[in-house]
Design a protein around this ligand. Sequence first.
Ligand code: SF4
Ligand code: SF4
Length: 373
Amino acid sequence: MAELHLNIGTIAALPKAQLDTILSRLREKGYRTVGPRIRDDAVVCGPIAGLADLPQGLTSVENAGQYRIVPSGNKRYFDITPGAQSWKQFFFPPRVSLFTARKNGNWNVEKPSEPAPQIAMIGVRPCDIAAIKIQDMAFMRDDFTDPLYRDRRKNAFLVAVNCLHPGGTCFCDSMGTGPKAGGDFDLALTELDDVFILEIGSEAGKEIVKGMPLQPADASLQQKADQGLAAAREKMGRRMDVRDLPDLILKNLNHPEWEAVAKRCMSCASCTLVCPTCFCWDTQDHTSLDGNETERERVWDSCFNPGFSYQAGGNTRPNTRSRYRQWLSHKLGSWKEQYGVLGCVGCGRCITWCPVKIDITEQVAALRKEARS
Ligand code: SF4
Ligand code: SF4
């Protein structure tokens, strides 16, 4: 059989066992291979050595405030949607040291010297690919680039997995971010029963699969993948009507719904911590008792934390109503003005992991119902 000519955009059939070869080639190139693992009855991002570490035959049942792992009834490896963790932890760690200052006569400042880790992320969902792109806009801007983020991002290898089994809180179809990854990956997989359909997305991806026993994906395989993706769009657990969205939110800043949601919201910040696009942070200094050494760390923060909006003279968002409104009106309103896109990719995490079942799609629908134009 003629060898398949590989290029960016090439689509091929990959025998499932060959994913192990891809993983070992990535490790030979120095990458840590990380993918979906089960821990404490939930999916987390953990080290994977091969197919045997993936959650084969499992899926997740999700609804507002609910998450369960159950058997899927088949032997696929990627039928499970992501858990609370997203990939942002690898580019924008929850806690990272910025520098340590030591007084030895004069003050000396040392920055951490470890190189950014090289991580191959296996099974990145299309919504999360879109979220990474959004975080790139925040951390790698023309006027300022965060070196910690940039170095981690530069060292990453992304293997996307298109979603044939969306979760009950997913609505990526509404947001135009899934269930098929639109680019910005090194390799993308669509998992059928017996084979992966592989798409090459970058030169680095092409290099990794060079010489592997790839076959052209014939029309019947591609048709199965397309049918699976069409069915996934139909099965999306949630939808969000995004028509006139920045305007809808920004013209309704005094809508009574903000008061109603504030009666339920606990300002716990869970939604912002699980959100793959939220990027707010704070700095904390840890100083030794003798005052001769201090370390400054960057830590995740949240617009739901009262201290986040504390300024000299008082708090500009003194209650949950103003904090929830800030979160939603940034995500679905002013974010568009800042970055040209909405700040929500429809991953559904904030719905699943909200302890009081607040649902961003319902909040938008409530504003729409009695919108004041
Ligand atoms: S919306 Fe839910 S998750 Fe977010 S702060 Fe309020 S209670 Fe917590
Ligand atoms: S706002 Fe909610 S659904 Fe949208 S990207 Fe963040 S966690 Fe996902």
